[in-house]
Ligand binder design. Structure first.
Ligand code: UDP
Length: 398
């Protein structure tokens, strides 16, 4: 059977942000999981939460060590898969190794590519993710940009207008679908022995924060100075680093857990006094559940969050000091944020992207036939890939 859309993903945030689109697309969609995140809570469990059947490409253990080898192995396996069962269009999301592998494999198999969450830029060239997202945007026939700023970033790199669709971010729909109601939230707070607005929910997993013993030590130490319970679901990478660096003793003042189920995490994010995180998705969710967030990062590709729902600090003593100040003023901050709209849209992104994908995967979709929406002509060279030279960048008809 020919699948109209093949979605390639491999990590927790990709599953969460692509789920609202996959659920709108219906049964002739194939979701290929690369195995990049193989922890049950980070893959199978999230897929089950959203009711998404996964096709497994291979397991993480079968990949060679190192990012370059992993990328090469993924591209090889995906190339084989896409050629054996070519879809009308391939979809990837974000900036992971899996997303780049999906984009390269689609390109090699001469298949149209759509990039969800396009146009984010940190301009921090030390981050592999920055290189991944730039490459994917330039390979994609259609770039779905969550915000005006993301669209401006794409335009600044001369990506033509007809390859950009301004959509909002599908995280809004993911939260709307999965945030438990008030009764379940109260039950989940009891489970963790927490009371609303009196605790901090923290996540750390970026290499810049967890791969260096001194920085990880400093961050865990700072979390313990806040003067409120800190619940810290441990990302497998962070757990590994804590173990390797002999930092387990730093965890005793904190409430650590395994990675939480998505609805449970959202319930705690909604009820927390504040979030502390280096995660991209968690910053975006902060703007939907209206909880202030301290972002611990050297750079950001989401400046929309700064000075509205969050503030960014580099790993330093400033983290504990800022968190203590926010805790003191928590009610005022929550009141201020309660009616502030999310910069990531109002929940229409998945529908808009699914509509574009449905148009692109129509049988007999003709060469150079433009996709239209309220913004005018879009994505026409996506539809015609395979029928004219690769990576055509000029708008159809010119
Ligand atoms: N998340 C979750 N359980 C947890 C911690 C995080 O479901 O215990 C979700 C969180 O709500 C967000 C996503 O995982 O949607 C973020 O993933 P991650 O931090 O791994 O990646 P990033 O967003 O930084 O790419």
């Amino acid at each position: 059977m020919n699948h109209h859309v093949t979605v390639v993903l491999g990590t927790r945030p990709e599953l969460i942000k692509l789920a609202p689109i996959i659920n709108l697309l219906g049964s002739d969609t194939m979701v290929v999981h690369t195995g990049q995140h193989d922890h049950e809570q980070m893959s199978a469990r999230i897929a089950a939460t959203f009711g998404i059947p996964l096709q497994h490409l291979t397991t993480r253990r079968e990949y060679a060590q190192g990012r370059g080898s992993q990328l090469g192995d993924m591209v090889t396996a995906l190339d084989r898969r896409l050629r054996a069962d070519p879809p009308a269009v391939v979809v990837v999301q974000g900036d992971t190794t899996s997303a780049l592998a999906g984009a390269l494999a689609a390109n090699h198999a001469d298949l149209p590519l759509v990039h969800v969450e396009a146009g984010l830029r940190s301009f921090d060239r030390a981050m592999p993710e920055e290189h991944n997202r730039v490459l994917i945007d330039h390979l994609a026939g259609l770039c779905c940009a969550p915000t005006e700023l993301n669209r401006a970033n794409l335009r600044a790199e001369a990506i033509p207008e007809h390859r950009i669709l301004l959509t909002g971010n599908t995280i809004v729909e993911a939260v709307q679908a999965m945030l438990p109601g008030p009764t379940s939230r109260t039950r989940l707070l009891h489970k963790h022995k927490l009371t609303a607005r009196s605790f901090v929910l923290a996540t750390l997993h970026r290499p810049e924060n967890v791969d260096h013993p001194e920085i990880l030590d400093l961050l865990l130490t700072e979390l313990a100075t806040i003067g409120a319970p800190v619940i810290l679901p441990l990302h497998p990478r962070t757990a590994r680093c804590i173990d390797e660096f002999g930092l387990a003793h730093r965890l005793s003042p904190l409430q650590t857990t395994e990675p939480l189920d998505y609805p449970e995490f959202l319930a705690l994010a909604h009820s927390a006094a504040m979030l502390i995180s280096d995660s991209g998705g968690v910053q975006e969710e902060a703007s939907v559940v209206k909880t202030p967030v301290i972002v611990v990062r050297r750079s950001t590709e989401r400046p929309e969050i700064e000075t509205t729902f969050g503030l960014r600090v580099i790993p330093s003593r400033e983290l504990g000091a800022l968190a203590r100040r926010w805790l003191h003023d928590s009610d005022r901050y929550h009141h201020k944020l309660a009616d502030l709209p999310s910069p990531f849209g109002d929940g229409a992104a998945a529908r808009q992207i699914a509509d574009a994908l449905n148009q692109l995967s129509q049988p007999g979709y003709e060469i150079r036939r433009p996709i239209t929406n309220s913004d005018g002509r879009l994505g026409d060279d996506v539809a015609s890939r395979g029928k004219r030279p690769r990576l055509a960048t000029s708008p159809a008809g010119k």
